[in-house]
Design a binder for this molecule. Structure first.
Ligand SMILES: O=c1ccn([C@@H]2O[C@H](COP(=O)(O)O)[C@@H](O)[C@H]2O)c(=O)[nH]1
Length: 473
């Protein structure tokens, strides 16, 4: 039977066995849907299983190269088994929960690091279930770059998988299925229109949120940023291979400029506290900007604004420091409420950024989990302005287009006498989700700041590479 005819037969069979239903249904995420799929029933119909396997086989053998097949648990498991037998490639099985005894393995079967695994799934909405399997395979060093799906609900899953470097092929899309059912008088045009309207208007909820930013490369995340400075910073990190931000907490402008001549090549961001500089002048700013250009880094003024919107607007654009004139981005507290972001948004002309403080590194600080959550919610209203969050945990926010700036870092975990808490590069990047890592005294007070900056840069970058390659224990 030729391919198109088989697809029509598949659509009609799914309808016949009630694997696809029309009416009013509620999805897991609480959204009403006019169409519902339950492909779990296909195991009761060997002829449908056979048809699906032969279609997958045609797809799989055309241009896919793989050593293993793995089904997303549970509905796709029997399908993956049949395909593995047909293509004579080994099957891997992913456990949803690691065993608490014996080998504690998540992936069962024999494989070698670097081998390719083809993923099989029944229905894709946001792609999050496929990504769970992909991430577990990648953690084992397997390559999981391709997924074949029986039905794509066309609600953003394909795009979400693409940004995670997974190419998706689908036997049927929701639109194609509807078209076949209308042509064969199984559903009327009004039902088809309901589904089309639904498809156009309802994308998978929080699809971006489901993508694990920890596993995404900075280049990819740059494409997902809405703020111009975040985009730039992600790209600088990717090009210079550094996620080190130096905090130049020195009181003399000459010392700062001399230090930056030495470390400028090794950092993506320079963080200033302009109000501690004793000999501040406009010449200093001119030289700082020249160095930023010469060494391709951005400038963050760690001003930590915390006043009413009107005052912050004046502090940002005026006074002795005229910060908006030279800083690419600034830090600000959420404490005074949204007015502060409104003010910075108006004054930022769309080409500046803000890092909002959601958490602090010092012990005994008064920030609560509720405060942190509300800060993230507040930021969501200003996607063009927000470069990222100053925070300490990977789950503080989810949007992969936003940057986690984490201070409180030294090569050994320790504390200073005034409550600053230091974690190691491994802890902040691999466990806590830090993207850009702020180091101050660890470099500034070192005997040889240049070699220390290189050491921090290399250590932090290695951690980042380990994180995105999914080899984190
Ligand atoms: O929670 C925060 C927010 C900002 N900082 C700033 O980062 C540097 C850290 O300097 P070290 O010498 O590495 O301690 C400093 O400028 C702070 O103002 C922070 O530490 N914690």
């Amino acid at each position: 039977m030729e391919y198109d005819k088989k697809i029509i037969e598949l659509a009609l069979s799914l309808y016949k066995i009630d694997a696809v239903k029309f009416g009013e249904f509620m999805t897991k995420s609480g959204i009403n849907t006019p169409v519902y799929f339950d492909l779990r029933v296909i195991v009761s119909y060997p002829e449908v299983m056979e048809l699906i396997t032969s279609l997958l086989y045609e797809f799989a053998i055309v241009d896919s190269k793989f050593e293993h097949v793995c089904g997303v648990p549970y509905t796709a498991l029997p399908i993956a088994t049949l395909l593995s037998v047909k293509v004579k490639k080994s099957m891997l099985m992913r456990r949803k929960e690691a065993k608490s005894y014996g080998t504690k393995k998540v992936i069962e079967g024999h494989y070698k690091v670097g081998e390719k695994c083809l993923i099989i799934e029944d229905v894709v909405t946001s792609g999050s279930s496929v990504m769970e399997t992909v991430n577990d395979l990648r953690k084992e060093g397997l390559k999981a770059e391709e997924a074949i799906i029986i039905l794509d609900r066309e609600q953003g899953g394909r795009q979400n998988l693409e940004v995670n470097d997974v190419k998706m092929k689908a036997l049927l899309t929701m639109s194609k299925l509807i078209e076949i059912l209308v042509e064969n008088n199984k559903i009327n045009k009004a039902t088809a229109n309901d589904v089309k309207y639904y498809l156009q208007n309802v994308k998978a909820p929080n699809t971006v949120a489901k993508i694990n930013r920890m596993a995404l490369a900075f280049e990819k995340r740059a494409e997902m940023s809405k703020n111009a400075i975040a985009k730039q910073l992600f790209n600088i990190m990717a090009v210079k291979k550094t996620n080190l931000c130096i905090s130049v907490d020195l009181t003399s402008s000459t010392q700062i400029l001399e230090l930056l001549e030495k470390v400028g090549n090794h950092v993506c961001l320079v963080k200033t506290h302009v109000d501690i500089i004793e000999d501040f002048s406009s010449d200093f700013i001119t030289s700082l900007k020249e160095l930023a250009k010469k060494y391709n880094f951005l400038i963050l003024e760690d001003r930590k604004y915390a006043d009413i919107g009107n005052t912050v607007a004046l502090q940002y654009t005026g006074g002795l420091y005229n910060i908006s004139n030279w800083a690419d981005c600034v830090t600000c507290h959420s404490l005074p409420g949204e007015g502060i972001l409104k003010a910075l948004n108006i004054k930022s002309n769309c080409d500046k950024g803000v890092f909002l403080l959601a958490e602090m590194s010092c012990e005994g600080n008064l920030i609560t989990p509720e405060y942190t959550n509300e800060t993230v919610k507040m930021a969501e209203k200003y996607p063009d302005l927000i470069t990222g969050f100053v925070c300490q945990h990977k789950d503080t926010f989810k949007d992969p287009g936003v940057i986690q700036l984490t201070p409180g870092v030294q090569l050994q975990s320790s504390k200073d006498d005034l409550g600053q808490v230091y974690n190691t590069p491994e802890k902040v990047v691999l466990e806590n989700g830090g993207d850009v890592i702020v180091v101050g005294r660890g470099i500034v007070s070192a005997k040889n700041p240049e070699s220390e900056a290189i050491l921090y840069k290399d250590t932090l970058w290695k951690c980042y590479i380990k994180r995105i390659s999914g080899k984190v224990e």
